[in-house]
Every structure is written in C-alpha cells, then in structure tokens.
Design a protein around this ligand. Sequence first.
Ligand code: UD1
Ligand code: UDP
Length: 393
Amino acid sequence: MDMKKIRVLCVFGTRPEAIKMAPVIRELRAHADEIETRVVVTAQHREMLDQVLDTFNLRPDYDLAVMRPGQDLFDVTDAVLHGLKEVLGRERPDLVLVQGDTTTTFTAALAAFYSRIPVGHVEAGLRTYNRYAPFPEETNRVLTTHLSDLHFAPTERARDALLKEGIAAERIFVTGNPVIDALFQAAEQPFQLEPELARAFQENGRVILLTTHRRENLGKPLQDVYLALREVLLAHPDVGVVFPVHKNPAVRREVAGVLTGVQRVYLTEPLDYLPFINVMKRAYLVLTDSGGIQEEAPALGKPVLVLRQVTERPEAVAFGTARLVGTDRYRVTEEVSRLLDDEGAYLKMAGAVNPYGDGRAAQRIVQAILSYFGRAAAPAEFRPAAEAKYFSR
Ligand code: UD1
Ligand code: UDP
C-alpha cells in the first residue's frame, strides 16, 4: 500500500534555533520516503541566521524576512504571526516543528494552533519558574508547551516539569538536545580561524571566551560584568578575552563604553558556528549568559560561569561544570579570579560531561514523530552516561 507522506514544516528564526534544528532537518530528510520536509525561516535574526544556514547548507523554502533594526517584541510577534498565516494556509502541513523559547518559537506555535495544525516542540520542559528570567523566554517556553501536541524533552528533569503541568506522559519523549548532535557533527568539519583570533591565542597564555545578550542583563548588569573583566585582566597579564559581540545594538552600546580599546580584549563580530566551537575548545573558561553555550561548554569540558541569577539548565550546575554567578561586579571578579588562580578549583569544574545529549537526539525526535503518526514504535529514551549522572566532585 502506498502511504501518504507526512508533511513536516520546520519553523525557526534565530541563530540558536537554527543550530539546534539543523540536525533534526538532516534526519527528517534522511526519511524522505516517509516524510516531506519544508523549512520556513522567519529571519527574526538576519546575519546571525544566515551564518548558520550557510554552515549547515540549509536552503529555506520560505523566508519571512521579519528582522528590523531595533525591533521590539510586538514587532516580531506581529510579523511572524501574519507571515505564517499565509504559509500555513498554503502548505497545510501535518505537523509544525518549533525549537526552544524565542518569540519565533512561541508565535509559530500559536499560528499553527490557530490553523488547527499539531505542533512538535524541540527542547521542551526547561523551566526557571521565574516568568521574567530569562525574559521573555521563560514565558515563551511555557506558552509553547501548552500550544504543543508533542514534546521533545532533552532531559528527565524537563520531562518531569512537563508532567507536573499536566502534559500526558505518552506525548513526552526524552530525546537529549540536538545541540549535542550539532556539536559532534561540527567536530568533524574543517574551518578557518580569522587571524585576529589566532593572535588572541598566540599572545595570551589563557583565553576567556565571553558572550552576552540577555535582555534582562542590558544596562547596569552588563556594565558590571565588563568592569569586572577589566579588573581581572589587570591582575592577570597572561589572560586575554575573546568576545564575539552579539548584533543587538543595545548590547553593542554597553560594550562600546567599557571594553573598546582595552588591551587583551579581542572584540569580534558574531563568529561562524565552526570557528566559535573551536574557540570554545581552546578557551580556558567560558563566561556567558547564553542558553546554548551552557549546554556546549560542559560537553567540551570547559568550566562555564553563568551570568544569570537563575537558569533553566541546572543539570550542568548539579554536575559541577557550570556555576551561576549573576552579574554583580565583585562576585564576577572573585569567581573568575578563583578559577584563574586556584588550579584545584579549576580542575574540579573541568571534567567533560554530557547531561544534555549523546548526539542521537535528532534520531529520537524523528522516530517519535513517526510513532505519533503510527509509522514506528516509540524511541528508547535518552539517558546520560553514568559518569555524567553521578558527576559531583
Ligand atoms: C533573540 C531571542 C533570544 C535568543 C537570542 C539568540 C527573543 C525575544 N529573543 O534575542 O531568546 O536567546 O535571539 O541570539 O526571541 N540583530 C541584527 N542582526 C541579526 C540579529 C539581530 O542586526 O542577525 C539586531 C537587530 O537590531 C535586532 C536586535 O539585534 O532588532 C535584536 O534581535 P532580537 O531577535 O529581537 O533579539 P535578540 O536579543 O537577538
Ligand atoms: N554561537 C555562534 N557564534 C557566536 C556565538 C555563539 O555560532 O559568535 C553559537 C553557540 O555555539 C550556540 C548558539 O550560538 O550554539 C548560542 O546562541 P545565543 O547565545 O545567541 O542564543 P541562546 O542560546 O542564548 O538562545
């Protein structure tokens, strides 16, 4: 019997969504006999999205081109919702797949719901339980859960959070996070490190990798973090800082005042994914308020100090490779200095652990989709390796 193909429409719009969706799209396309895959980018990000599309050789079927300089949440929501209305009406997919917690994620789930199309949510169930931190991501993610029909939880903790909110157990699949699939795929590919970056590693014994962009950190929190780094650099002449600066003009304003022209601070444009991962591999430690980097750094055995008060990714904190340090100037100075000065403290945090995945999340997600449509058995769950589970030094 000739079965009709399942039509899956993947929607994403920012850099991290694209990185995490890329392995899933690759796996969907490997099942072309059963699944027809369509890709829609909202382009909530432009340059930072296109970098990832190039890296993973992704060619979208639709590009909503919603990015405007200095856009606010109303602008993005409005443009994505109306843009998708048309695409969903034309394509009538069997499933819309979204990833994460951005405004694209939430709005695409809403658009699919309004069109009565089932939604699959990749990276479901992460929670801080503080609706303003991260803002608006925590609430975007909760809302996306309640608009979704299939939930791909990266960890058991995420699954438990979904169960507590009344999501049916048979609709939740613990798959691991495809961020680790992407990381493993990246490790095999060639790339070029710009001369400026190569220089950062030649000129300094140790390099700190820094990224910042959270909305709730704009203003004084970021100023404090940058001032803390200046102090750290003064006291540590063998240390440099590589800082690929997010495109958000609000972030760039903060950086310009405090870090421009400071010796041993290497400010760059957002890096392509492969060189970025390589810089992380070579860095001594990572300082960030990013979500995705909190997942990648532990897998690479890099201590990561998280510039937030709360995190929806507590697994790596529990395993000892990540620490929540907030943005207080003295606290950040102290925590970074401690890792630089105390080798014991450093080594305690530097064990590689993979609580977030084993490189097979995309396989499980696609098998779960097939099982939802009655074409396969449910996939076996992702379980972190024993050493990751019991890592606590
Ligand atoms: C967005 C997501 C955030 C995610 C982050 C990843 C929301 C509300 N925020 O935050 O969850 O962690 O992406 O990086 O969904 N810009 C460019 N070029 C680009 C990208 C951004 O110029 O390629 C500038 C534009 O001026 C834009 C601004 O950055 O207006 C902010 O972009 P936006 O997507 O609204 O928020 P992010 O801070 O990037
Ligand atoms: N990343 C990148 N180039 C950079 C900085 C980050 O490719 O210059 C990648 C990083 O490896 C991770 C993702 O972008 O996979 C994280 O994106 P971001 O921090 O913007 O968003 P978040 O994860 O906080 O939503």
